[in-house]
Design a protein around this ligand. Structure first.
Ligand code: 8DG
Length: 224
């Protein structure tokens, strides 16, 4: 019997789920508050590519991610996702919700509750903005072992900063993204909780430490 982690029952909101994976030996951390965020990915399904942005400043600077940020007061998460995508990449897209992550990092003032969105079409070529430098990457097959791939990329590219690889730069993304990347590629909605130890944004370094910042994780697909 799998046990839904604290904080996820509300997000699941009665939807049926099936455990996809879990790990880590710690107990779930308590967190003082929750703040809502969004993260949006554009997928070019014709050419098997994904649009990611290189974060130029602020929280998690120097990593690649989808586009997003805080949900402002008076906004729905979907409205925030559209706004952030336009602000950070100059793009409009028919975003569809595909998942939610509850994400807590030791000693942070709040847990991130991140609604994840995707779209298969977009209005115009993405542009570089103050916050993000967009770039298209090749998508691996969803059956790929993402941890092995991330380890290989991390061995091949040990320097920090922008990547030289053509494939999705898993070694320079949030570590938990390796766990749910197959679900995003195959468009299976999910919810997950991830607890991380302090200072867990990815850095170049030993591949064997790739998942080290993850203290505990639980990811389940949503079933009809
Ligand atoms: N893919 C992924 N995204 C994550 C993880 N953790 C995490 O905070 N994010 C996303 C949520 C947001 O899109 C982004 C953090 O937002 P941000 O750095 O733009 O926050 P901010 O306070 O600057 O917000 P804003 O000014 O843009 O509104 O990172 C994660 O583990 N995986």
């Amino acid at each position: 019997m799998d046990q839904v982690p604290p904080g996820l029952e509300e997000i699941l909101d009665g939807k049926n789920h099936k455990l996809f994976l879990q790990g880590g030996n710690e107990t779930w951390m308590g967190f003082p508050a929750v703040k809502r965020f969004t993260n949006a990915f554009i997928l070019d399904e014709v050419n098997d590519k994904i649009l990611l942005g290189y974060k130029k400043r602020g929280f998690a600077q120097g990593i690649y991610n989808g586009f997003g940020g805080k949900v402002d007061i008076g906004e729905t998460p979907l409205q925030a996702a559209h706004r952030e995508l336009e602000e950070e990449a100059g793009v409009q897209a028919p975003l569809q919700w595909f998942g939610a992550l509850l994400f807590y990092q030791t000693d942070h003032e709040y847990a991130h509750y991140i609604d994840l969105y995707r779209a298969n079409s977009w209005s115009s070529e993405p542009i570089e903005t103050e916050e993000m430098k967009p770039r298209w990457f090749a998508l691996p097959d969803p059956s790929t072992d993402m941890i092995q791939l991330a380890e290989r990329l991390s061995r091949e590219e040990t320097s920090e900063g922008e990547t030289h690889v053509e494939i999705v730069p898993l070694h320079k993304m949030w570590r938990d993204d390796l766990l749910w990347m197959p679900l995003m590629i195959s468009n299976k909605p999910f919810v997950g909780r991830v607890d991380l130890v302090q200072d867990s944004a990815p850095k170049a370094g030993s591949p064997s430490e790739l998942l080290h910042p993850l203290a505990k994780w639980w990811i389940a697909t949503i079933v009809d």
